[in-house]
Design a protein around this ligand. Structure first.
Ligand code: FAD
Length: 268
């Protein structure tokens, strides 16, 4: 009896979602189509959100129906199990991929924009500060959430603020002063009144410095060449897999020193 009731709610919700999203919703969507690793079982539903209205509609609806959600960036740092994802995966597309200039030093990048597109945009506008991220795959939203970076910089050092949409569907701008950046992670202070696990990052404002486009482009090319020489960028992966210790040698070097580089267990 209870089971039948749950099914009825689910099909009503499915109908509601289909009506709103039409061909932008897929049920039982294999996550292997959306992860860089090309692995991962089905998500109950996958939805391409095209603007903030979609997010403001979705978040309270899913919350109200007790459905978990996962915001998907470029899927470059996600390892999804064969059992798939329970709930709804939300992809950022359409207007959620735009990049614009706010003032002489500030760029607004929507969460679904490719991080590399933001780097190129900054170069074209003669703005310096984003080159550290050149070659990191994925989206601006994923990069903010992960505080993506390299040895020469990280997102946290150029971020002025982020905008998020929470479970209530309301949008809030959170200044960088209320954000905390650690090694490949970002948290918020209590004063922000935001739970990062319960919201979608919609955009980031980046404060950059004046630079010369030609010089920035040359530096970007050099960084890309270096990356291509060091990483198998054409192969399915999630980048560096091991967490670096806070202090001391990076994980890769420690693995190398322990004589474990190249060690394989099983096939593949
Ligand atoms: C070849 C390769 C090289 C890499 N090199 C680097 C590197 O040099 N430096 C580095 O830091 N990383 C590197 N990575 C890891 C990865 O690219 C970064 O962590 C990247 O920032 C993840 O972005 P994404 O959009 O793919 O996020 P995803 O993998 O899609 O998601 C990562 C996390 O962020 C969350 N998320 C994504 N978007 C949003 C949003 N809008 N709102 C809320 N949460 C969101 C997801 O739910 C998930 O928890 C590399 C990966 C690969 C495959």
């Amino acid at each position: 009896m209870v089971f039948a009731w749950i099914l009825m709610i689910a099909s009503a919700l499915k109908k509601q979602l289909r009506q709103r999203f039409n061909d932008r919703i897929r049920f039982d969507e294999p996550m292997s189509r959306h992860t860089y690793f090309k692995v991962g079982g089905p998500a109950d539903a996958w939805i391409a959100a095209v603007d903030e209205n979609d997010l403001a509609f979705l978040m309270p609806l899913l919350h109200g129906n007790g459905l978990p959600f996962l915001i998907l960036g470029g899927g470059t740092n996600l390892l999804v199990k064969d059992g798939g994802v329970q709930g709804v995966v939300i992809a950022m597309t359409g207007r959620l991929t735009e990049i614009s200039t706010i003032d002489a030093a500030t760029v607004c990048a929507m969460a679904g924009a490719k991080l590399n597109a933001l780097c190129r945009y900054a170069i074209e506008k003669g703005l310096s500060g984003m080159n550290f991220a050149m070659g990191i795959p994925g989206t601006v939203g994923g990069a903010i959430r992960m505080n993506a970076g390299t040895v020469i910089g990280a997102i946290g050092s150029v971020l002025a603020s982020i905008r998020v949409i929470g479970l209530d569907g309301e949008s809030r701008r959170v200044p960088a002063s209320l954000l905390r950046f650690g090694y490949r992670r970002m948290t918020v202070t209590d004063a922000a009144h935001v739970d990062l696990n319960d919201c979608a990052i919609v955009d980031g404002h980046f404060i950059l410095a004046p630079g010369v486009p030609e010089t920035l482009a040359a530096e970007a090319d050099m960084l890309l060449k270096k990356r291509k020489a060091a990483q198998p960028v054409h192969l399915a992966s999630a980048g560096c897999f091991f967490k670096n210790p806070e202090d001391g040698e990076p994980a890769g070097k420690l693995i190398d020193l322990a004589g474990l580089k190249g060690l394989k267990v099983g096939g593949g």
